[in-house]
Write a protein that binds this ligand. Structure first.
Ligand code: SAM
Length: 340
């Protein structure tokens, strides 16, 4: 880790990640030939943008400029000028953020002040306030990364190509009052990025369902859920007529007929889970997949490569995304689909 935060280079990519995951993100970028550089805690730069995008990145921006050693007024002035000079006529979403670290979090107030100051300098008709509408509006996401050691990075990415619509990928979600676990927030965040969502009339299988956070969210969306887990579900779910609890191992379970969605949050070895998910794909038991893969081991990238390979080559899963979401800890969330 550099002793002081380094300025990102214009034209390169700025990636944010969960604190402590910089080495994993760096390694991923290096393996993809993207020439990474560690900038500071929770911040990595790369020369190129790899395809597929790195799993351990929360958000990525093409760097426009890095500002160091400026007063807040000078930073706002120069950042606004840089944003004005960006090509394209579409609306802009301007979002400031700090690295998600204890040092970064002390900069929340200056970051909020910078965002307000930059927005105040831009023509209001070019600004879009609602980031959730950014993709459909063809907007450009402008990220103002306020980092320790007086470094501010201005970056931009078209919303349609962005890994996350949240500033710096820091997607905070309110914990729903009735929700039984943090897991429910992981599910909502995963569903947020999908073109299709489970809803009324859909049949979902939830592998590793207990105590029922995911099942509860799916039922709330109107779906019917087959919850597979040897452990107990919350009593209100066990009694719900749209929930069928199959109290056995996911490895021995097979659906009676094909279902719409497969969810999996099983606390189990990632390569064995990947093989199970590949079996579901190969057998044509399901169309859509959302799975949380646990990665407690030190060397995460070699395991991730094998998980990707198993899902694609052995399972025939397409449109695979692998992302460490904001709510993911030592884990990543996988989404995919299969053509019938
Ligand atoms: C992280 S919890 C799941 C939380 C759940 N998604 C929720 O929202 O409440 C992991 C679950 O995996 C289950 N599990 C572990 N091995 C399993 C297996 N072979 N088959 C089914 N479930 C399994 C555990 O019993 C545990 O309930």
């Amino acid at each position: 880790m550099p002793a002081q935060t380094l300025a990102a280079r214009p034209g390169h990519w700025l990636w944010t990640c969960r604190a402590g995951f910089e080495p994993h993100l760096y390694e991923e970028l290096e393996w993809a030939g993207a020439n990474p550089r560690l900038l500071g805690e929770a911040l990595v730069e790369s020369e190129d943008v790899p395809s597929p995008p790195p799993a351990f990145a929360r958000a990525g921006y093409r760097v426009v400029t890095s500002l160091t050693g400026r007063t807040p007024e000078e930073t706002a002035e120069e950042a606004a000028r840089a944003v004005m000079a960006l090509p394209g006529r579409g609306p802009r979403v301007v979002q400031a953020f700090t690295p998600d670290t204890p040092r970064g979090n002390t900069l929340t107030a200056p970051a909020e002040a910078l965002e307000a100051a930059v927005r105040a300098r831009l023509p209001s008709e070019r600004l879009l306030d609602d980031a959730q509408r950014a993709r459909e509006a063809g907007a450009l996401l402008v990220g103002l990364c306020v980092a320790p050691d007086g470094v501010t990075v201005v970056g931009a990415v078209p919303a349609r190509e962005a890994l996350s619509l949240a500033a710096g990928g820091r997607r905070r979600m309110k914990r729903a009052g009735e929700s039984p676990s943090r897991a429910a927030m992981k599910l909502e965040e995963a569903l947020d990025g999908l073109a299709f969502e489970p809803g009324r009339g859909d049949v979902c299988v939830d592998l590793g369902a207990a105590p029922g956070g995911w099942t509860q969210r799916l039922v709330a969306r109107g779906a019917r859920v087959i919850a597979v887990d040897p452990a107990k579900l919350m009593p209100e779910l066990a009694a719900n007529r749209r929930v069928q609890h199959v109290q056995e191992s996911a490895f021995s379970y097979a659906p009676e007929e094909p279902v719409d969605w497969l969810f999996c949050d099983m606390a189990w070895r990632p390569l064995e889970v990947a093989q199970l998910l590949a079996k579901w794909g190969r057998k044509g038991w399901v169309r859509h997949l959302v799975a949380n893969i646990k990665l407690p081991m030190k060397d995460k990238n070699p395991v991730l490569l094998r998980v990707r390979h198993t899902l694609r080559e052995e399972g025939g899963w397409e449109g695979l995304t692998v992302r460490q979401l904001y709510h993911d800890r030592d884990e990543v969330t996988v989404t995919a689909h299969r053509m019938k």
